[in-house]
Design a protein around this ligand. Structure first.
Ligand code: ATP
Length: 457
């Protein structure tokens, strides 16, 4: 793990973003729990994505399909066959499995070394391992009740293609969005929350005429890149990679990965796929239901093509954290003596920052200040996710809120008791302004909406 990664992982645990799952039992197979700050940040990312798709674009509706589906879905989608499998080698001695690209021969770039990096045992030839997680539905644990935890959320959308068409009177082109859990039995999960076994996806399936799929592919790729930039990711830390045919997902006729420059290298955070008519035609074939679209005006009947945008909530959250993390040796304060410590500043976009406002009494041994600060906290609490903090020196408390990326801090001091104003400090500029308590809610709402999404496109 790189030094920067270690620091981010440690910050996440220390400050309530992310904890290892089942930690009292030593953790569990690359699963993670999101703490009080993590869940707020995750919710903010999901809300930003949902708003972007459904409010700032036309013809997009939402869906929340069940995780458990008929196993026939996965048969038809190709997920139970070699299509959805990773190629792995296994150690004959310790039975650990590795992706061939992780244990390449030091001199021969296309060959695995044949030796287990863990115990030195002999490795098998590469074999395909399916990533679907099995489960049993009903009282009898036999083949008849076997099904799978969904490995991607989009299949629920294809299952409801006709329902949405009939109930919502939408016309092609239109999109259906969904956010939900997906599960993959990743054999080599790693890099903290980058590759995990239980994660959330935010997927949009755009149904369009086959002749328009290329045009919409370019359009959505662009829109998605802008989304990351609007939420604070620098252009130079994003890139698009055209995936060659042999490496593409089994359903994709074209695939561009949006990659982010993580501390451990460039890695995919989102896939843009032209799935063609793979899904609807296969589900038609396997179910016997005609899932073609009929255009009333032109009388044309066809399988729509699907352009998909697919991003992991945790992976994008990880990218936002990496992008926001800054260390300032000696600290930022110019007015007081600089500390010897390195100060951490998490420059998260205001929309995704988990805590929006911190309320601090200047000191905690003056009951009048504490009482007033608690009053201010109660005024703001119904409107914003706030934090009240009275422990430690004011400088130390400022540092604590900078570390969690809180955009605004309110300090209640002796003047507050006289004139009902407080000091509002901006995380990024450290500028302080004096604000009337009565104006706080409106002012903060305005500041938050300054970071508004771009207009309808
Ligand atoms: P990778 O090649 O990294 O395994 P993938 O190409 O299989 O990813 P897709 O099937 O295109 O990924 O899934 C779309 C998105 O879902 C990914 O870009 C990623 O953000 C997220 N995702 C996929 N697998 C995982 C995982 N194991 N852990 C966390 N996020 C994931």
């Amino acid at each position: 793990m790189s030094n920067l990664m270690e620091k981010i992982v440690s910050l996440c645990k220390r400050r309530g973003f992310i904890y290892p799952s089942s930690e009292v039992y030593g953790g569990f197979g690359s699963c993670y729990d999101f703490g009080p700050l993590g869940v707020e940040m995750k919710n903010n990312i999901k809300k930003a994505w949902w708003n972007e798709m459904t409010k700032f674009h036309e013809n997009i509706v939402g869906l929340d399909a069940a995780i458990l589906m008929s196993p026939k879905v996965w048969q038809a989608s190709g997920h139970l066959t070699a299509g959805f499998a990773d190629e792995l080698v296994e150690c004959k001695k310790c039975h650990k499995r590795f992706r061939p690209d992780e244990i390449q021969h030091p001199r021969l770039s296309n060959l695995t070394s044949g030796v287990c990096p863990e115990c030195g045992g002999e490795l098998t030839k590469p074999r395909k391992f399916n990533l679907m997680m099995k489960t049993f539905v009903g009282p009898v644990e036999d083949e008849a009740s076997l099904t799978y935890l969904r490995a991607e959320t989009c299949q629920g959308i294809y299952m409801n293609f006709e329902n949405v068409l009939n109930s919502m009177r939408v016309k092609i082109p239109f999109g259906v969005v969904q956010i939900g859990k997906a599960f993959r039995n990743e054999i080599t999960p790693k890099d903290f929350i980058f590759r995990i076994r239980e994660f959330e996806q935010m997927e949009m399936e755009w149904f369009c005429h086959p002749k328009e799929a290329d045009k919409y592919f370019d359009y959505w790729l662009n829109e998605r890149l802008k989304w990351y930039e609007n939420l604070g990711i620098k252009k130079e830390n994003l890139r698009q990679v055209e995936v060659p045919e042999k490496e593409r997902a089994h359903y994709a006729s074209r695939q561009i990965d949006i990659e982010y420059k993580f501390p451990f290298g460039w890695k995919e955070i989102e896939g843009i796929h032209n799935r063609g008519d793979w899904d609807l035609s296969n589900h038609s074939k396997h179910s016997g239901k005609d899932l073609k679209y009929f255009n009333e005006e032109t009388k044309e009947k066809y399988f729509p093509y699907i352009v998909e945008t697919s991003v992991g909530v945790e992976r994008s959250l990880f990218a936002f954290l990496c992008e926001a993390y800054q260390e300032i040796p000696g600290g930022r304060t110019k007015t007081t003596k600089p500390t010897k410590e390195v100060e951490i500043l998490l420059k998260l976009d205001k929309k995704i920052a988990p805590i929006k406002v911190a309320v601090l009494p200047l000191v905690r041994n003056k009951p009048g200040l504490v009482k007033k600060a608690k009053e201010v906290y109660q005024i703001l609490k119904p409107h914003f996710v706030c934090q009240y903090d009275e422990l430690g020196s004011i400088g130390r408390r400022y540092r604590r809120v900078d570390e969690i990326g809180c955009p605004w801090v309110l300090t209640i001091d002796f003047d507050t008791l006289k004139d009902n104003t407080v000091t509002l400090r901006d995380r990024d500029t450290m500028a302080q302004e004096r604000v009337k308590i009565a104006d706080l809610v409106e002012l903060l709402k305005e500041k938050l909406s300054e970071a508004k999404p771009r207009p309808l496109s």
